[in-house]
Design a protein around this ligand. Structure first.
Ligand SMILES: Nc1nc2c(c(=O)[nH]1)N[C@H]1C(S)=C(S)[C@@H](COP(=O)(O)O)O[C@H]1N2
Ligand SMILES: [Mo]
Length: 211
C-alpha cells in the first residue's frame, strides 16, 4: 500500500494522521490499535533471495569478523517465543509466534566478542535497508533472528529467509531480509531513522519521530 511512497512524504503524512481511540488494555501501547491482520510494510520491492548465494556477515567492532552461510546459520539453536508487535503506523498485533536464534545464543554459539567500545549495531539487509539498535536493547531474552512465523518459514513479503525481531521496539527495527550485523561505537541512523523516525523507537514512550 505505501511501498513506493517517498519516505519523507510518508513521515509527513503519518504525522498528520489523527490519533485513533486509545485502548486501556495494558498490552497495547498509547496510540496503537489491535489488528488480527498481518500487514506487509516495507520500502521498495520484495527481494528475490537465493539461499545458495546467501550469507550473513558479522563485522565492524568485533574481535573476529565472520561470514556464515545459510546452513550454518540455520543450524544455530532454535527458540520459539510469542510476543506482541507494534508498528509505528499504529497497528499492534498480539501473540505473534516466532522461531529462530536468540540474540544471546547467536553471540554465545559463534563466540562473537564485540570490542569494548561497541555499544550499538546496524542491521544490514537486502537492497541496502538498514536499522540501528543499541546493544543494551538487544541484550534481552526475546530479541532474535527469526526464520519461522507460526511454525512456518517466513513468507517472502515478511522477510524470508531471515528477519530480526526486536519486540520491545517499533516494528521497523525488526529488519526483514537481514544479511548482516555491524557493531559500532556510538549510534548511527538507519534507513527510516534518517528519514525522520526515532533513534530508539520505544512504543511505550511513543518514540515515533525523531523531532
Ligand atoms: N528490509 C526491510 N525491513 C523492514 C522494512 C523495510 O522497508 N525493509 N520495513 C520495516 C517496517 S517500517 C515495518 S512496519 C516492518 C513490517 O513488517 P511486516 O511487513 O512483516 O509486517 O518491517 C520492517 N522491516
Ligand atoms: Mo513501519
Amino acid at each position: 500500500m505505501m511501498r513506493f511512497e517517498n519516505p519523507l512524504k510518508r513521515v509527513e503524512r503519518l504525522k498528520r494522521v489523527t490519533a485513533r481511540p486509545e485502548t486501556t488494555d495494558e498490552r497495547v501501547p498509547p496510540g496503537q490499535f489491535v489488528t488480527d491482520k498481518f500487514p506487509v510494510l516495507h520500502y521498495g520491492t520484495v527481494p528475490k533471495v537465493n539461499l545458495d548465494a546467501w550469507n550473513f556477515r558479522v563485522f565492524g567492532l568485533v574481535e573476529e569478523p565472520l561470514t556464515l552461510d545459510w546452513l550454518t546459520f540455520r543450524a544455530l539453536p532454535e527458540t520459539t517465543l510469542t510476543r506482541d508487535i507494534h508498528c509505528v503506523t499504529r497497528w499492534s498485533k498480539l501473540d505473534t509466534t516466532w522461531s529462530g536464534v536468540l540474540w544471546r545464543d547467536f553471540l554465545r554459539e559463534l563466540n562473537i566478542r564485540p570490542l569494548p567500545n561497541a555499544d550499538h549495531v546496524m542491521f544490514h539487509c537486502e537492497q541496502n535497508f538498514t536499522t540501528n539498535v543499541s546493544l543494551e536493547v538487544l541484550d534481552d531474552d526475546d530479541t532474535m533472528f527469526a526464520w519461522d512465523f507460526n511454525d512456518q518459514p517466513l513468507t517472502p513479503d515478511h522477510g524470508w529467509p531471515l528477519r530480526a525481531l526486536v519486540p520491545k521496539r517499533y516494528f521497523w527495527k525488526s529488519a526483514k531480509w537481514i544479511r548482516g550485523v555491524e557493531f559500532m561505537a556510538g549510534d548511527r541512523s538507519g534507513f527510516w531513522e534518517q528519514n525522520g523516525y526515532h533513534m530508539e523507537g520505544d512504543p511505550w514512550r511513543e518514540e515515533r519521530f525523531g523531532w
